[in-house]
Design a protein around this ligand. Sequence first.
Ligand SMILES: *Cc1c(COP(=O)(O)O)cnc(C)c1O
Length: 373
Amino acid sequence: MSQPQAFTQGPHKLLVIPGPIEVADDVLLANAHPSMSHVSPDFVPVFGDCLRMLRHVLFAPEAQPVITAGSGTLGWDHVAANVCEPGDEVLVLNSGYFGDSFAECLEVYGSKVTQLKAAIGSKPSLDEVEAALKAKKYKVLTFTHVDTSTAVLSDAKGLGELVQRVSPETVLVLDGVCSVASEEIRMADWGIDVVLTASQKGLGCPPGLMILAASKKAIAKFEARKQRPNSYYASWAKWLPVMKAYESGTGAYFGTPPTNLLYALHASLTTITTRSPSLEERFALHKAASRRVKDFVTKLGLQQLVADGIKDGANGMTAVKYPEGIKAGDLLPKMVAKNIIIAAGLHKEVKDTYCRIGHLAFPPPSPPPARSV
Ligand SMILES: *Cc1c(COP(=O)(O)O)cnc(C)c1O
């Protein structure tokens, strides 16, 4: 039996949180592929294409992609267990909730973590980072490109240039779970060594995939390790040969890949890399959509967690403070009644004072049905 050719998802509440996001019909249909052997000659090139298309999205012609079952969080384990060794000094730039978590993960694997923490709604300045890099030698520097708890957008290009100039040995790691495909990332040109992400945010797939790319410099640090990786499932010693095999057109095995999700990712990456709009146009359209949301929020008289959201905020989400006297319970259920799901606050210190609107989906999904679903 052949695959159905068309599929339209039924009426549903509009999911506009910063991930999972609304998924396009063709991606959901691809996910409904009949079960496949993970080493079959029909499936192998699908996986290989995903690895190749990921390089394209990240402008990283020489990087080594790794895609496994898991979520974005597993990307932190990959960095902590393969690039870092116990006792290594790591500088974590903290612009919210996800900086705390990445730091905790690195510590679990034995890294010595120093955090540069910014006030809520902002990020460490390039001057502060430069001073920290000059004060101590760090093997790894991590930052959250878009902190999903605050909507702060970090200056990936500026950090790349800074590391090249002040501490070129340092491996620069970008947590791009909430930025890949909605914010411009030029891994090779900007000197970013690891980008880690997940399937369910800007890449527009169901959740379930850990996705990363590592530069030659990051791989060299891995190869120079004195000890084997201190994780089994996240070990590059296990995964790199598997990724290379899939890309060269033969199957290989270490932990079954989620075959259906890879069909879904293939559909989504094909749209992103080969159809109109181009990647550059997509980033510009995200900026325009973000400006519309942020301008509207301002017109309503509301403030954002990021003081100047258009200048310093993410283009895939907006964090909006409630007006005086309004709580999450006053707003979110009313939105649900209108078939719109937005997210509550997440930053531990202020989570009851704001909500988060995701605009990561592209093209923007259709409006929700007027009647309750
Ligand atoms: C969502 C998110 C994560 C965690 O990803 P999961 O897929 O939920 O494990 C990490 N970092 C950032 C910036 C995120 O937005």
